[in-house]
Design a protein around this ligand. Structure first.
Ligand code: HMG
Ligand code: MG
Length: 309
């Protein structure tokens, strides 16, 4: 079994984590969250979404979050942009990296972006074109890869088709979303394997929600297959307002802890990250849903060291 020496984590807490919050989170707290996460060693912190504020009221302050955040060199702060209008607003607020989002299920696509899969991808073409002119990086998400709350199981072929259409537009970074957290490790290879083979330029990431407790196991399987980019959310925050029952992403600190103990580096300071997890969950009045931030209430930390010297 070959495991990577290092993985890259895309921290999605400020976006995926907060988009589903019922309580109002002050803009200053969001800004502090993004800034604190960037200081833990994370190289990518997804900051917010430039979507219809009536669809996602929690992120209506996207422009303010972007302009008020003090950025660190070498850290990327991508934002979600469903259409050219969102892209223009994001770039005006200083974004240099954006993410478009499609789905592998028609029903979810309609509920999420009020468009078919094909229509949603058509909206991405002008974004990709403009981004190439502006030197802005574009990532593509595919949701409901392992299951849809409205249609049930999704055939891997349907996922491959959407990924191909994104790749045809020139999107080389694609994140596969287990939106409602139904995947188990044996289902990762049938989706990911053919993608890793069909285009050497395609970089596949996993975006694993932990609704049923399988996200870490799925991430491990992804690493075994050669994936080196994983999305995660501090404190295990998150969920999609348009996917009933969806809960948070794999907690970033749990992923970091597992990797460090297995000798896989992440570049992240686990202690600093746990502090952020405990702080933000306290701020928004939620229990930490990850494991490590809870066990860190114990004083012993030697078990966090790699097993293999
Ligand atoms: P629509 O209703 O089809 O668009 O929305 P429209 O063009 O008819 O516009 C409707 C209204 O929205 C208009 O305002 C537009 O101006 C406004 P009105 O004239 O009624 O006052 N509008 C916008 N406002 C601000 N920014 C924009 C924008 N676009 C239109 N960019 C749209 C289409 C996609 C915009 C809408 O359905 C929407 O915003 N949906 C939100 C989707 C969303 O944010 N979902 C959650 C993120 S995806 C996710 O969580 C999954 C992921 O984590 C991976 C995984 O877990 O699987 C990524
Ligand atoms: Mg998500």
């Amino acid at each position: 079994m070959t495991l990577p020496e290092r993985i890259d984590i895309v921290e999605v807490g400020p976006r995926d984590g907060l988009q589903n919050e019922s309580s109002t989170v002050p803009t200053s707290t969001k800004v502090e969250l993004v800034e604190r996460l960037a200081r833990t060693g994370l190289r990518t912190v997804e900051a917010t979404s430039f979507v219809n504020p009536r669809a996602v009221p929690q992120l209506a302050d996207a422009a303010e979050v972007m302009t008020r955040t003090e950025r660190i060199d070498d850290v990327s702060y991508p934002v979600l942009t469903p259409n050219l209008r969102g892209y223009d607003a994001a770039v005006a607020a200083g974004a240099t990296s954006v993410a478009v989002f499609a789905a592998a299920s028609e029903s979810f696509s309609q509920r999420n972006v009020r468009a078919s899969i094909a229509e949603s991808i058509e909206r991405f073409a002008p974004i990709v074109e403009r981004a190439a002119e502006d030197g802005v990086h574009v990532r593509g998400y595919v949701s409901t890869v392992w299951g849809c709350p409205f249609e049930g199981p999704i055939a891997p072929g349907a996922v491959h088709d959407v990924v191909r259409r994104l790749a045809d537009l020139g999107i080389g970074d694609v994140s596969l979303g287990d939106t409602i957290g139904v995947a188990v490790p044996s289902e990762i290879e049938p989706v990911v394997g053919p993608l890793l083979e069909f285009d050497a330029d395609l970089r596949v990431a996993l975006h694993l929600h932990d609704t049923r407790g399988t996200a870490l196991a799925n991430a491990w399987e992804g690493m075994r297959l050669g994936i080196t980019t994983f999305d995660a959310s501090v404190g295990g925050l998150g969920g999609c307002p348009f996917a009933p029952g969806a809960t948070g992403n794999v907690a970033t600190e749990d992923l970091v802890w597992m990797c460090h103990r297995a000798g896989i580096s992440t570049g992240v300071d686990l202690d600093a990250l746990v502090d952020v997890a405990q702080w933000i969950t306290h701020e928004i009045g939620r229990p930490v849903s990850g494991h490590v931030a809870r066990t860190r209430l114990w004083p012993w930390t030697e078990l966090d060291q790699p097993l293999v010297p």
